[in-house]
Design a binder for this molecule. Structure first.
Ligand code: GLN
Length: 525
């Protein structure tokens, strides 16, 4: 049976539980243990797909086509694992399951109650088999939230069911620094741990978010009030890059604390891959400037995976990538001047789309490296249709009803029979040999994740290809376009999918790596 580490948070939200969970997992991996990660979100939405990106940042998509919380992105990137719909479970989904079972008569006349029916359902999801040594489970929200109570109750029961030695409770809190008194205040942490204890959960390790390292006196004080050894009180200090966190934890012997708890042999970890990132961050390297032409810049996390993927590709190319946020609604050649590459990310709706088309035109005409993601491919197709093929009213039916639809909801679209809902998750793509796409991926069979409704209409394919826009990736049956590229251009490629979801800090992603390499070449000009 796997061993479980539960991550909870108290005092305030947004303490970075996801990164903390991922970092604990990374420490275990560095000692050779296999790790799976799960997130439980107590809110009542059935899944995060319906939640506004303006509230929740990016919607992350798993291989199996589930729209999840962006914390799953941290897990996949840090741990290199592939997660699924059963690894992102909300309160709403739990109640939905329970109520459906009730309607189905599964409870055989019993009174359906929070305990045991809801708590058992939560425990079922927690215990879903993995073939890993550890499962790191993050409980979303903040201790004290009403909807979170049943989740705390369930992990308490779970620890009792499987044995306290097989479960570790890690709690994140905040120690605010008061300027006036010049002190770090530990009281909120004490109160948060007490609240957890009221739910029958004794924290085994505390990660206290603070602006500076805790002193040994402060750790002793927190340990004394919170009923755990001072050595199990860790400083979660602010760092300028999340990949420094595993190193910060390692320096504070977090693995040893975990090992003590589970009776694992103490071992030094191989932290090379994090050290490599740390060196990269402090190295004096050339910079490339990438113009990202988007519209959700007011939401800090809206382009999370995209920013990550550009960062990863910078590591692979030994350059620092500076992102120039270009508001699509105000795109002009002047706003893009000085950029070594133009990237148009995914997006929905008419607002800003003309600027995105203009960005594709600009990159095509000026020979600036271009990478298009999803909508970024569709606008490249629209630009090409209008300005090279001369189809003046070429457009997507998403933006115009009276157009020549080069982008449309296609009958072959798997999701078309579901009323044009999103095509979601990983789909295979076959790459045409001897194309840029082939050079980038180095293979002809790839799989990438999708989240879109519209597709390029392949009845235009010949026309496009004759004029120099090659369809270099297609669905295996050849009917859906996956990648387009320009023949006579230093670097112009776009995919109908979201490669950013498969990029990781240790290897990057082939398409992003090649794009940044092209941007580097462009600076050399
Ligand atoms: N709005 C476009 C579509 O639905 C693109 C979506 C996206 O970029 N993710 O096809």
């Amino acid at each position: 049976m796997a061993k479980y580490i539960f991550i909870t948070g108290g005092v305030v939200s947004s303490l970075g539980k996801g990164v903390a969970a991922a970092s604990c997992g990374a420490l275990l991996q560095s000692r050779g243990y296999s790790v799976h990660a799960r997130k439980f979100d107590p809110y009542l939405n059935i899944d995060p797909g319906t939640m506004s990106p303006f509230q929740h940042g990016e919607v992350y998509v798993t291989n199996d086509g589930f729209e999840t919380d962006l914390d799953l992105g941290y897990y996949e990137r840090f741990l290199g694992v592939r997660l699924s719909r059963n690894d992102s479970v909300s309160g709403g989904r739990i109640y939905w399951d329970v109520l459906n079972a009730e309607r189905h008569g599964d409870y055989l006349g019993a009174t359906v109650q929070m305990i045991p029916h809801v708590s058992n359902k939560i425990k079922e999801y927690i215990a879903a088999p993995t073939d890993t040594d550890f499962v790191v489970c993050e409980i979303g929200g903040t201790v004290g939230d009403i909807e979170g109570k049943i989740f705390l109750e369930s992990i308490r029961q779970f620890a009792n069911d499987v044995g306290r030695k097989n479960v570790m409770f890690v709690h994140l809190t905040l120690a605010p620094y008061l300027d006036k008194s010049g002190e770090l205040k530990t009281k909120p942490t004490q109160m948060s741990v007490r609240e957890l204890l009221e739910n029958g959960i004794q924290a085994d390790m505390l990660i206290v978010r603070t602006p500076r390292m805790l002193t040994s006196d402060e750790r002793a004080k927190i340990g004394m009030f919170c009923n755990l050894p001072a050595k199990n009180v860790i400083s979660g200090i602010d760092v300028d890059n999340i990949y420094k966190i595993p190193l910060a934890y390692d320096a504070q012997h977090v693995f040893d604390i975990i090992a003590d708890h589970f009776d694992l042999p103490n071992a030094a970890g191989n932290m090379d891959k994090f050290q490599r990132i740390e060196h990269y961050l402090s190295a004096d390297l050339p910079h490339v400037k990438i113009g990202v032409v988007g519209k959700y810049f007011d939401v800090p996390d809206a382009y999370k995976s995209l920013n990550e993927a550009l960062f990863h590709a910078g590591i692979q190319n030994n350059v620092h990538v500076d992102i120039e946020k270009i508001n699509a609604e105000h795109f002009s050649s002047a706003s893009a001047a000085g950029c070594d590459g133009i990237l148009v990310p995914g997006g929905f709706g008419t607002r800003g789309v003309n600027g995105k088309i203009a960005a594709a035109t600009y990159a095509r005409e000026t020979g600036t490296p271009y990478m298009g993601i999803c909508l970024g491919m569709q606008v490249a197709v629209i630009d090409f249709a209008r300005n090279v093929l001369g189809i003046e009213n070429a457009d997507s039916t998403e933006f115009s009803k009276n157009c020549t639809p080069v982008i449309n909801i296609m009958p072959d679209h798997d999701a078309a029979d579901m009323g044009g809902t999103l095509r979601l998750g990983a789909y295979p793509c076959v790459i045409t040999p001897d194309t840029l796409a082939h050079k980038i991926y180095g293979e002809t069979q790839i799989s990438e994740r999708h989240r879109h409704r519209y597709e390029m209409d392949m009845s235009f394919a010949d026309q496009f290809e004759r004029a120099g826009m090659i369809i270099s990736g297609r669905s295996p049956d050849g009917r859906l376009p996956e990648i387009v590229e320009l023949k006579n251009h230093p670097f112009f490629i776009a995919g109908q999918f979201h490669p950013e979801f498969q990029s990781g800090p240790y290897h990057g992603h082939p398409m992003f790596n090649a794009f940044i390499a092209a941007a580097v070449r462009h600076t050399g000009k």
